[in-house]
Design a protein around this ligand. Structure first.
Ligand SMILES: C[S@@+](CC[C@H](N)C(=O)[O-])C[C@H]1O[C@@H](n2cnc3c(N)ncnc32)[C@H](O)[C@@H]1O
Length: 188
């Protein structure tokens, strides 16, 4: 599989994306609310990296919920397992969002993509896969970095996702100082 150059640099930069200081800039508990994470949900975290967000997700879904955290890079999953492997309700898997072969049809309540959608190479296939694994009325929730280049892509992302049968969720936060949100519902 062909990965974007900056994706290949992620393992080197994980001291930035997986740093305690990040927790001071982003209020991760609040982010769970904006992204639509609720107690008891089965969540798919696609592009989990070294799992900086995963412990917050694990806590937010609680005892009755479950998190499947996937990343296309084995190096990142190994880091995540080493640092966060003790989370009882999380399964880390090396898998691409564009080929989620270990995830069953309609198994997921919320597909959660935090600063990862822009890195996915085969976005069309990924959106099809996310649609397949989501339950009826399941939610696809994306946050992307706010840099100009990504902001420009947001409209194209919206159109691509809608073309796969998703509907825009009624209410979602637009942008904060770091990133922009996109939220959709699978509603056939
Ligand atoms: C910027 S990092 C974000 C990691 C994490 N969500 C966070 O906020 O700390 C993006 C991650 O997406 C992963 N990624 C890129 N393409 C992917 C794909 N097709 N499927 C799953 N993960 C992918 C990269 O390997 C990288 O770890």
């Amino acid at each position: 599989m062909k990965l974007k150059t900056y994706t290949l640099f992620n393992p080197l930069f994980s001291f930035v994306i997986d740093n305690k200081l990040r927790g001071m800039i982003e209020n991760m508990d609040e982010e769970m609310g904006f992204m639509g994470v609720k107690m008891g949900m089965n969540v798919l975290e696609a592009g989990c990296g070294s799992g900086f967000v995963t412990p917050v997700l694990s806590k937010a879904v609680g005892e009755k919920g479950f998190v499947i955290s996937v990343d296309v890079q084995e190096k990142m999953i190994k880091k995540a397992q080493r640092k966060r492997g003790c989370l009882h309700n999380v399964d880390f898997r090396t898998e691409s969002a564009s080929n989620l072969s270990s995830v069953k049809d309609k198994e997921i309540d919320l597909a959660f993509l935090y600063y990862s959608f822009h890195e996915i190479d085969k976005k069309d296939e990924a959106v099809s896969e996310l649609y397949r694994v989501l339950k009826q009325d399941g939610v696809l929730s994306i946050k992307e970095p706010k840099f100009e280049v990504f902001k420009r892509d947001m409209q194209a992302y919206k159109e691509l996702i809608i073309s796969h049968g998703f509907k825009i969720a009624k209410s979602y936060r637009d942008c904060d100082f770091l990133g922009c949100y996109l939220k959709f519902v699978k509603n056939q």
